[in-house]
Design a protein around this ligand. Structure first.
Ligand SMILES: *Cc1c(COP(=O)(O)O)cnc(C)c1O
Length: 391
């Protein structure tokens, strides 16, 4: 990105390779195990499973691939409906279409995550259980699953979402791609990590996430069999290594040893990154929240969020609108961005049903994400805040 400022460029979210990345990646290269066969893939799976407190994790080529596998193992098929957030990165929704299903969109609450109230209202009005299958009475289609996304590392209001989903027989797919390390500290899921509560959860290790493997993802499931099936599907559904026999249409979705090497080094630093994210959040909050009507949006209380992305909410009284502030920061060598355009407003999803979008539209219109890389200095953050306050 171009830097018009004489001062160093401040990116939005870039990797922090302060650990043993070079050592582990070199090990992989020297061993000549660079593709999906090396030992580090299994090591990384075990390390993530241990960190998240689950039995099994399946390493994937990307978070999107993991979400596609999640749809398949959750039994989402052609003609089903899947309830999804409207305010999200589009990769949370595209896998619904990969399996031939139809998304139904919902707005958010003040955590920017799926509104539990809107989900309950929809189910009450439209869903009935017929022969053990949840059916949308209006469309006649099976409502197979709900996708819950933990936006920016904030935790979704999962207890009522799980309660509604269980009552209506919906499977819960957690898009925890932004929330590795975010943990509930109270309520029925106290001590549990994002991604480990629903029927299947997915993390991402894309370059901008809290830890990265360049590209990569991880699928978790409490159901014995689901993780194993996801791994099978991710490796071309091969049933015999020697004879090359296959029992399903599989995918080339397995993580490589090179990616896993990077991941192992990154995971060693994750708790340190989260501690740094907390300190950076506090610095932004103390400098900006309440000044000139600005708000630095809070994270869930009684939780330990990973605080991956920070959200600045601009009041109408602030002299610059969202895009003008982003342009002004860019002119000063600082990268920021708006929160996503609603997915139901994108051409592939035009005409899909959408409910309770009021808050999602409001946050979309007023939120700017601020630089959050863990290798930013306090001085960098003060520079960003100074520019925002001097407008
Ligand atoms: C990053 C992300 C994904 C996709 O992960 P990739 O690893 O980039 O494929 C999916 N959903 C959300 C909400 C994300 O932020």
């Amino acid at each position: 990105m171009k830097n018009p400022s004489p001062l160093p460029f401040i990116p939005l979210s870039v990797p922090n390779f302060a650990g043993r990345e070079r050592e582990y990646v070199t090990d992989a290269v020297v061993s000549e195990w660079v593709s999906t066969g090396g030992a580090k893939v299994g090591e990384f799976e075990q390390a993530i499973a241990r960190y998240a407190g689950v039995d099994a994790a399946v390493a994937c080529a990307s978070g999107t691939a993991g979400l596609h596998l999640a749809m398949l193992v959750a039994g989402v098929g052609a003609g089903d409906e899947v309830l999804v957030p409207a305010l999200t990165f589009i990769a949370a929704v595209n896998p619904v279409r990969y399996v031939g299903a139809q998304p139904v969109f919902f707005g958010c609450d003040d955590s920017l995550c799926l509104s539990a109230a809107a989900l309950e209202t929809f189910c009450k009005q439209h869903c009935a259980t017929q022969g053990g299958t949840p059916v949308n009475k209006t469309t006649g289609r099976c409502v197979r699953a709900v996708v819950v996304m933990h936006t920016f590392g904030n935790l979704a209001d999962i207890p009522p979402i799980m309660e509604t989903a269980r009552r209506y027989g919906l499977r819960v797919i957690e898009d925890a791609t932004e929330a590795l390390g975010s943990r509930y500290l109270a309520g029925p899921y106290a001590g549990k990590m994002a991604g480990t509560i629903g029927d299947v959860g997915v993390y991402s290790f894309n370059g901008n996430k809290i830890i990265t493997t360049g590209s990569g993802g991880m699928l978790l499931s409490p159901h014995s069999g689901w993780a194993a099936r996801a791994k099978h599907l991710s490796t071309q559904a091969k049933t015999d290594e020697v004879q090359y026999t296959h029992d399903e249409v599989g995918y080339n979705y397995r993580m490589t040893n090179l990616q896993a090497a990077l991941g192992l080094a990154q995971l060693e630093q994750l708790e340190g990154f989260i501690t740094r994210k907390e300190a950076m959040y506090r610095r932004y909050f103390n400098a900006l929240d309440g000044k000139r009507g600005l708000r630095v949006l809070p994270f869930a209380e009684n939780a330990r969020p990973n605080r991956w992305f920070y959200s600045l909410f601009l009041p109408d009284s602030y002299p610059l609108g969202r895009d003008a502030l982003i342009g002004h920061l860019q002119a000063n060598g600082i990268q920021s961005r708006p929160v996503w355009a609603l997915v139901n407003e994108q051409p592939p999803y035009a005409g899909c049903e959408a409910y309770a979008l009021g808050k999602a539209k409001n946050y979309r219109a007023h939120v700017v994400n601020l630089p959050c890389s863990t290798n930013l200095s306090d001085d960098d953050i003060d520079r960003v805040c100074g520019i925002i306050l001097s407008v």
